[in-house]
Ligand binder design. Structure first.
Ligand code: GDP
Ligand code: MG
Length: 175
C-alpha cells in the first residue's frame, strides 16, 4: 500500500459553541481552506476530515460539527464520545456567546473524557471594530479553566490553521 494512504492515528475533535459563532466556517477553513458566504445553517455532514503529518505520523483529524443542535443541552453525549479534543467557539462581536462559554465547559466536563484537550476560540477577529469581548477577559477565563485560547477568523483565515494544529499537537503529546 502507498505510504500516503496509511493513517497512524484518527483524532476526533468536536466543535461546540452557540449558534452562528462560525463553527461550520472554521471547519471549512481548516479542512478545505474555504469560506462559504452563502452557507445556511443547514443540517450538514456529521464530520469533516483532514490528514496532516506530525513527527512522521499520519494523523487524520476527524472534526465533528453540531449542525444546528446548539440549543442548551441538545447536543447528545454520543457527540462527545471518543473525542480527544474540543474547539469551544464564541463570537468576539457577540457578548452573549462568550457568556455562554461556561455552560459549554460544563457540558464538556459532563459528557467528554476528563483528558479532553479544549481550545477556546474567539472567532470573527476580522470584525475587531465591533468587538464586544476583550482579549483580556477571554485570556483570564481560559486560564481559570485550563483551556488553550486563540482569537481567529474563519473569514480571513487568521490563526485557524495554527489553532487546529496546536490542538492536534497537544493531543499527539498525550496519546
Ligand atoms: P455556526 O452556526 O456556529 O456553524 O456558524 P456559521 O459557520 O454557520 O457562521 C455563522 C455566520 O457567521 C455566517 O453568516 C458566516 O458567514 C459568519 N461567519 C463565520 N465566521 C466568520 C468570521 O470569521 N468572520 C466574519 N466576519 N463572519 C463569519
Ligand atoms: Mg454550523
Amino acid at each position: 500500500a502507498e505510504r500516503a494512504a496509511e493513517i497512524d492515528y484518527v483524532f476526533k475533535i468536536v466543535v461546540v459553541g452557540d449558534s452562528a459563532v462560525g463553527k461550520t466556517q472554521l471547519l471549512g477553513r481548516f479542512t478545505k481552506d474555504e469560506f462559504c458566504f452563502d452557507s445556511k445553517s443547514t443540517i450538514g455532514v456529521e464530520f469533516q476530515t483532514r490528514t496532516i503529518t506530525l513527527n512522521h505520523k499520519r494523523i487524520k483529524a476527524q472534526i465533528w460539527d453540531t449542525a444546528g443542535q446548539e440549543r442548551y443541552r441538545a447536543v447528545t453525549s454520543a457527540y462527545y464520545r471518543g473525542a480527544l479534543g474540543a474547539m469551544l467557539v464564541y463570537d468576539i462581536t457577540n457578548r452573549q456567546t462568550f457568556d455562554h462559554v461556561a455552560r459549554w465547559v460544563e457540558e464538556l466536563r459532563a459528557h467528554a473524557d476528563n483528558s479532553i484537550v479544549v481550545m477556546l476560540i474567539g472567532n470573527k477577529a476580522d470584525l475587531a471594530g465591533r468587538r464586544a469581548v476583550s482579549t483580556e477577559d477571554a485570556v483570564e477565563f481560559a486560564e481559570e479553566q485550563g483551556l488553550f485560547f486563540s482569537e481567529a477568523s474563519a473569514l480571513s483565515g487568521e490563526n485557524v490553521e495554527s489553532a487546529f494544529l496546536s490542538i492536534l499537537e497537544e493531543i499527539y503529546g498525550v496519546v
